[in-house]
Design a binder for this molecule. Structure first.
Ligand SMILES: *Cc1c(COP(=O)(O)O)cnc(C)c1O
Length: 442
């Protein structure tokens, strides 16, 4: 398949997920120069192998420059522990990175006459990132399905903010769970009659055009560490641990692909909430999807993570090979609340529930592996931990959870204030394919 086909189709005809044929390794010299690269230079370098031959250099450069128009800083939280803040985009969550890049790749590569319809299921953040990413992008339309009553009021405000406009974006509240929304999109994509009438594409983390751009900030994180916080030698010593808070596992999969491309990371930690089928797989070797359970980190409430297929592809189904790269941790809501309070009090750093799980995963992994304070005394370099956790959402997005924990209000960032100020226009539908057809206008 060409990249264009994979991007515009979203899912393969047999319902499978697209993966790159090959993941080229960065030459050592280029990795050594990483600290000298800007975010958009890193993005261009990391993604160029997948678009070469389909998009010319200047069109591709315009895509990354327009998509990544906000900072993704590395921030020290405590000695040896850094946050990669992925929440400075328009919807204040990391999904802006993938969604904005994908929208512009689609606009640049689509040659069809009829407008392209993006159909997306969301457990909270994907949908608003996609809605904002495509808002006013010509020849595109977006239909988002979200589980009614299972997203935060703030997420709902962001999801529905374009419903009242005559624009190209609609979000529907489905009477069901995220897994129902996800099933409905899969059914719609599998419905040949429907697909003859609407040019459907997907924008979930399953779309390769959303997945690949997420490789970028792993390289960008290490570039910043090497530029500002650690020696170049330490950077390339491959003892850095990265923790990704995971739900559908797109973010983690992109990190594992970055490692395959040469990212000098010792190990990834896949941290989950109570929806822990992947940590369970890593310990038992059995993958047993089950219905999702609700937690305070609701963007990670996924019982059957789609990207697990890609993870097993990366390791050829070998659980021990996966274990060499990934450790799993799981964290309950009360532990998450206590961590938000403690890190705020002791470090003055405010975590949202998802980022708190990433912090917890990193800390518990470092402690277990003896890399915490005082560990591995005979190896001084390894005794100082060096870890990055992905801060995937701004705490203000989860104000109703975070504010009572710290006992004070959080200042609302401007993009969120705008969404909250708009009149709420909620469109409710049942959890059936017929209802989805109607929403699509067929
Ligand atoms: C979507 C999301 C996650 C989980 O990412 P996956 O790629 O689905 O594993 C984590 N945190 C936040 C804030 C999210 O929106």
């Amino acid at each position: 398949m060409s990249f264009q086909t994979a991007l515009l189709e979203g899912l393969a005809p047999d319902g499978g997920l697209y993966v790159p044929e090959t993941i080229e390794r960065w030459p050592a010299g280029e990795l050594a120069r990483l600290p000298h690269r800007t975010l958009t230079e890193v993005a261009y370098r990391a993604l160029r192998p997948y678009t070469r031959g389909e998009l010319d250099a200047s069109a591709f450069e315009a895509v990354v420059v327009e998509a990544l128009n906000f900072p993704i800083p590395v921030v020290p939280v405590e000695p040896g522990i850094y946050a990669l803040e992925l929440f400075h985009g328009p919807t204040l969550a990391f999904k802006d990175v993938g969604a904005r890049t994908m929208a512009r790749l689609m606009a640049a590569l689509d040659t069809g006459d009829q407008a392209l319809t993006v159909l997306a299921a969301t457990s909270g953040d994907t949908g608003s990132a996609v809605a904002h990413a495509f808002h006013r992008v010509p020849h595109t339309r977006v239909v988002v399905l979200y589980p009614e009553g299972r997203v935060s009021p703030t997420q709902e405000a962001q999801l529905t903010m374009f419903n009242a406009e005559e624009g190209n974006v609609r979000a529907y509240a489905v009477a069901g769970s995220f897994d129902d929304c996800h099933r409905l999109t899969r059914e719609a994509f599998g419905d040949a009659a429907l697909r003859r009438r609407v040019r459907l594409t997907s924008a979930n983390s399953v779309n390769i055009g959303r997945l690949l751009p997420q490789m970028v900030y792993y390289f960008h994180a290490l570039a910043q560490l090497g530029r500002t916080f650690v020696s170049p030698a330490r950077l390339l010593s491959t003892d850095i641990v990265v923790c990704t808070p995971s739900g559908n596992f797109g973010n983690l999969t992109a990190g594992l692909m970055a490692k395959r491309a040469g990212l000098p990371v010792a190990r990834f930690v896949a941290a989950t909430n109570a929806n822990d089928v992947v940590p369970e797989y890593l310990s038992s070797g059995r993958f047993e999807p089950r219905p999702s359970v609700r937690t305070i980190a609701n963007a990670m409430d996924v019982g059957h993570p789609s990207n697990f297929e890609r993870m097993t592809w990366l390791y050829d189904g070998d659980v021990d090979a996966m274990r060499a790269d990934v450790a799993g941790t799981r964290h309950q809501d009360d532990e998450v609340r206590a961590t938000i309070a403690k890190v705020y009090e002791t470090r003055g750093y405010l975590l949202d529930p998802h980022s708190a799980i990433a912090y917890l995963g990193l800390k518990s992994y470092l402690a277990q592996s003896g890399r915490g304070a005082g560990g591995l005394r005979d190896d001084p370099a390894a005794a100082t931990p060096l870890g990055v956790f992905l801060a995937t959402a701004h705490p203000a997005k989860f104000g109703e959870i975070v504010e009572p924990i710290i006992g004070r209000p959080i200042q609302t960032p401007a993009p969120l204030a705008e969404a909250l100020a708009r009149p709420r226009h909620i469109l409710r539908i049942g959890a059936s394919l017929d209802a989805v057809r109607e929403a699509l206008g067929v």
